[in-house]
Design a protein around this ligand. Structure first.
Ligand code: ZN
Ligand code: ZN
Length: 304
């Protein structure tokens, strides 16, 4: 057990203090300040789940209504692609439910007046299963495909039900291996956007060594592969209490001209566009003035 473990005790307090400092420096607070409809009117929310994944609530149309209410002109569903070798009804839809998901989003697209609804997917990255996973998605006309590293060598580190799995693991090694896999996913995964780029921090683990080099390598890899990232606000609702990616990581991406889009990772209708005031402030701080939008996997940059 090391002082870096955030689960309890001194380590946890240190982590909280660090987080507090980080948030004060960036000038944001946990409480969201709602954007005006005209501010929302320039943004998109591309990371929305449906209850087919088994851990989201509400009817899909309620997510669309929530987006309309906030003034978002464009949203996209990106539910979890079925896992081929792991069966867990609380994690993803079953493989035979994928056609149902596609028709569900396409129906919403037709029914939703005044708002553009895109068909996306959140695909897990497993280095040895890339072909198999893409084969399962063959023939589907997605508007965009998110790549997500939720597993490190078979370890589902992002799974909130398995926090005890952090016991005895070295955070530095976890960070290193996560970013190795992230870069491999960018180069070899065939994705349009990388979801929650520094998800490794989700449960509050911090690296004891500076990680700027990892950000720099990841940003260069994204640029070379032409893959975008998202600003994912769901980290604010997790133990890390920070947006994915962190501001230094976002700035590295901005320096290298990596395209950026936005996602709330909504698992409930009220989470659509949540904390986008913070996302907007981060874009400003990173000097980013346009966001990436997608249609049939073609990227168009839109000024904000
Ligand atoms: Zn995810
Ligand atoms: Zn997600």
């Amino acid at each position: 057990m090391t002082a870096k473990r955030p689960a309890a005790g001194v380590g946890h307090q240190v982590t909280r203090v660090r987080r507090g400092l980080r948030r004060r420096r960036l000038g944001w607070t946990r409480r969201a300040r709602e954007l005006t409809p005209s501010q929302f009117g320039k943004l998109v929310d591309y990371h929305i789940h449906t209850k087919l994944c088994g851990h989201a609530v509400g009817e899909p149309m309620d997510y669309v209504r929530a987006a309309v209410k906030r003034g978002l002109p464009e949203i996209g569903f990106a539910d979890h692609m079925p896992l081929l070798r792991i069966r867990d009804e609380h994690l993803t839809m079953e493989p035979d439910e994928l056609p149902r998901y596609v028709s569900l989003v396409n129906e919403l697209r037709d029914q939703a007046g005044g708002i553009t609804v895109r068909l996306g997917i959140e695909m897990d990255y497993f280095p040895d299963q890339t072909d198999e996973i893409w084969a399962a998605a063959e023939g589907i006309e997605f508007d965009y495909v998110y790549g997500a590293v939720h597993y490190i060598d078979g370890w589902g580190f992002g799974d909130s039900r398995r926090l005890s799995s952090y016991h005895g693991r070295d955070p530095d090694e976890t960070y290193e291996r996560y970013f190795e896999l992230f870069c491999k996913a960018v180069r070899e995964g065939g994705f349009d956007i990388m979801a929650h780029p520094d998800l490794v921090k989700k449960h509050g683990i911090v690296s004891s060594v500076p990680i700027d080099d990892m950000y720099e390598t990841a940003a260069r890899t994204l640029r070379d592969a032409g893959v975008a990232i998202e600003i994912n606000t769901s980290g604010l609702r997790k133990r890390t209490v920070e947006v994915y990616p962190s501001l230094p990581f976002l700035k590295a991406c901005a320096r290298h001209g990596v395209a950026v889009t936005l996602g709330s990772d909504a698992h409930a209708p009220q989470q659509v566009g949540m904390d986008f005031d913070i996302a907007l402030r981060m874009l400003e701080k990173a000097g980013i003035r346009e966001i990436a939008t997608f249609e049939r996997r073609e990227r168009t940059m839109r000024g904000i």
